[in-house]
Design a protein around this ligand. Sequence first.
Ligand code: GYE
Length: 327
Amino acid sequence: MLKKISAVVLGGLMVTALAACGGDDGAGSGSGNDDGKITLGFAQVGAESGWRTANTKSVQDSAKEAGIDLQFSDAQQKQENQIKAIRSYITQKVDVIAFSPVVESGWDTVLREAKDAKIPVILTDRAIDSPDKTLYKTFIGSDFVLEGKKAGEWLVTEYQGKTEPVNIVELQGSTGSAPANDRKAGFADVIKADPKFKVVASQTGEFTRAKGKEVMDAFLKANKDIDVLYAHNDDMGLGAIEAIEGAGLKPGVDIKIITVDAVKDGMQALADGKINFIVECSPLLGPQLMDLVKKVVAGETVPERVVTEETTFTQEQAKAALPNRQY
Ligand code: GYE
């Protein structure tokens, strides 16, 4: 009630005050509805990659633009933290909960709690493997299997007409996450048609640059003839480039590199010839998410699945796209 009065009296000032209290402890606006604004609780995965940073910015900017009060938490790539954040949003009685599940499994209990509290849930970026589709309203994000297939298709074309074995190492994303599972599966599905393609090592690099470098170092020590690196994101690919250069080899030439995401640093390495091909995965999900949040609150029906539109980049295409790249 007090908030309502001050909103009328103070106008613009009120917005500043609310934004400040929504930022840090998440406890400020309580049920959120007393200021007339929609409150969205967003449980983010972490800050593991350039993609994630751009995604967080997109969510924060578009919430502001849409006049939605955002409660934001960073789970540091841990499911238990995300579950805690979701439970706190339930206690706060936010209007909608959105989250990007760290892993695919193990969400039914907490999502049933949200459902019992009548708080709608929107899956953002990553899917869950629950057969119970009533636990969430919609899922907005990329088709990760398709991304893996695009990576595989580039490789097939690149080595067309050649017969010698092609030794591939793979840096997987975070274990158990939808993008790691699906990008691996899509890629494997395409390359299996030709036995010359051999995945000689495949391990998680946890979607981070540091781990990508560490695991690539180990791959280089254990495998003599690596022809291709397939990294499930740019950051791991960029870490691996350091390892490859450290071993006295030329990334993009001695070892061909395919990554996923197309964030600025990745696109720069592609334009510089250190990466050979990038499959785009757009992190700019914020505006569509806010749209869905408003619709869900208004009781409108929303599509079960909203798939992000994406492209791919060769080295030449990266040079052309870089000057206008937003993230
Ligand atoms: O590709 C990776 C990030 O879930 C699509 O997570 C996202 C992935 C993205 O850490 O860089």
